[in-house]
Design a protein around this ligand. Structure first.
Ligand code: C5P
Length: 218
């Protein structure tokens, strides 16, 4: 099967990760979680004692670390300089600092270049993030923008993280604000993205709708 790139963007809790992995498996494609890359750099920043708002120091750390990314949708994996960070990048310290790190233009430049290379090597890939359809892969075969009500997003995230719904809702709101108002590559819907509200939909339903959309294109 030939080249096929699907861009999946949207705010957190919209169902992006689950849907992207399932879609990748169904398409016999690889899966790239770009959020995990920003989280891994953030982990390295915190690890080195750098203040996440110190853009110059953050940029320096980002330039020095070596990310290794596993793109098998059934076992996504990321390590920093040989250390597996799949657990720690989901922790509250990284989640609290990642939007500041992801706002540094040089960090984005570095990671976007790596993402484009991974996509080119894979050929068939489902890529999830905030700027995939707009910046990373503007020539994707299908661009999807997933949304869900603030309530549904907070419920999903708190179920995943086993955290309090109200605290999760506040954190999602804070990150949405930061991610959609930053100067460089903010969270944005591509003009040609298919917008799908997943609030009342199950995962299977979302995946089958996306497959139906793809059937018409590739
Ligand atoms: O998707 P996830 O919640 O893991 O992303 C973590 C953070 O990484 C986001 O809140 C955002 O600040 C940043 N991010 C980004 N661009 C992407 C993916 C994630 O800025 N393509």
């Amino acid at each position: 099967s030939g080249r096929c790139v699907v861009a999946v963007d949207g705010p957190s809790g919209s169902g992006k990760s689950t849907v992207s992995r399932r879609l990748a498996t169904a398409l016999d494609a690889q899966y790239l979680d770009t959020g995990a890359m920003y989280r891994a750099v953030t982990w390295a920043v915190l690890q080195s004692g750098v203040e996440p708002h110190d853009s110059d120091a953050v940029a320096k750390v980002a330039g020095e670390v070596q990310l290794e990314i596993g793109t098998d949708p059934s076992a996504p994996h990321i390590s920093v300089d040989g250390t597996a960070v799949d657990g720690p990048i989901r922790g509250p310290e990284v989640t609290g600092a990642v939007s500041a790190v992801a706002a540094v233009p040089w960090v984005r430049q570095l990671l976007v270049a790596q993402q484009r290379k991974l996509i080119a090597e894979a050929g068939r890939m489902v890529v999830e993030g905030r700027d995939i359809g707009t910046v990373v892969a503007p020539d994707a075969d299908l661009k999807v923008y997933l949304t869900a009500s603030a309530d549904a997003r907070a419920r999903r995230r708190s179920a995943e993280d086993a955290t309090d719904v109200a605290a999760t809702a506040a954190d999602l709101h804070r990150r949405d604000q930061l991610d959609s108002t930053r100067a460089t590559d903010p969270l944005q819907q591509a003009d040609d993205a298919v917008v799908l509200d997943t609030t009342g939909l199950g995962i299977d339903e979302v995946v089958s709708r996306l497959r139906a959309l793809l059937d018409g294109r590739v």
